[in-house]
Design a binder for this molecule. Sequence first.
Ligand code: LER
Ligand code: MN
Length: 283
Amino acid sequence: MKFSIVLSAQPTHFAAVAFKGNFERNLAHIAEWGYDGVELAIREPAQMDFNALHALLARYRLDVPAIGTGQAWGEEHLSFTDPDPAIRQAAVERTCSHIPFAAQAHAQIVIGLLRGVVQPGVTFEQAMTWLVASLREVAQSAVEKNVRLCLEPLNRYETGLIHTVDEGLALLEAVGADNLGLLLDTFHMNIEEADMTASIRKAGSHCFHVHVADSNRWYPGAGHIDFGHLLQTLDEIGYTGYVSGEFMPQPDPDTAAAEAIKYLKKMTNNECECRSLIPCGRL
Ligand code: LER
Ligand code: MN
């Protein structure tokens, strides 16, 4: 199992990102702590110096398993479900503009908040129709470059569109593109899924990417999610992708990032400290 952490490549207001400051210093620390990659949150690819970025990634030997796109919603309110067709189109074009770097870096493109919300005066059915159409368009452009997209079920407090693995799988079916899968985020799953391990099994090969944060959205190990079982289940479904830390920079960014990787590696090295009455099989 490989580990990465979300790092913003451009200034952001989004809270659950461990690092926002000095980019190179952050890459150096991330590599030093033992992460294999960085998941880059990029608002606007047109404003990035990708040559410089490739050089830095090579210097610190870090992969980019995924590119986060949510800042285009957070900072600019672009979305696939806006009632204004020009804004929907801008969201599609912005997502497509991530494809060249994604193709070069072998990164997946995350569709989280960029899907938008059910806006006032719009029905759920209409929003879903726009969402399916936008995803089809982006998936079609991405498949030509061999790029995969992952749709992230989000909790009910962030959107009315796609909260669970079941809803995510139904959406994949409606879109009908093999390069579209799901991103499972333990923070959202802990709120929305009745049984997190059963949902991971249900997602199976449609699970393209994983975000980890604990129940309080602090680093894994700081809350009450049973990561021993979750990681074991990912292993059992044959998931060989990245497990990417997306959590609050608490008590401070360095402590959060260092504690997360220490804990996740311990969990995957059969050093589970599970004290559950139901044996987890890792003791
Ligand atoms: C983004 O990956 C995410 O998990 C969302 O909660 C964004 O708010
Ligand atoms: Mn997430």
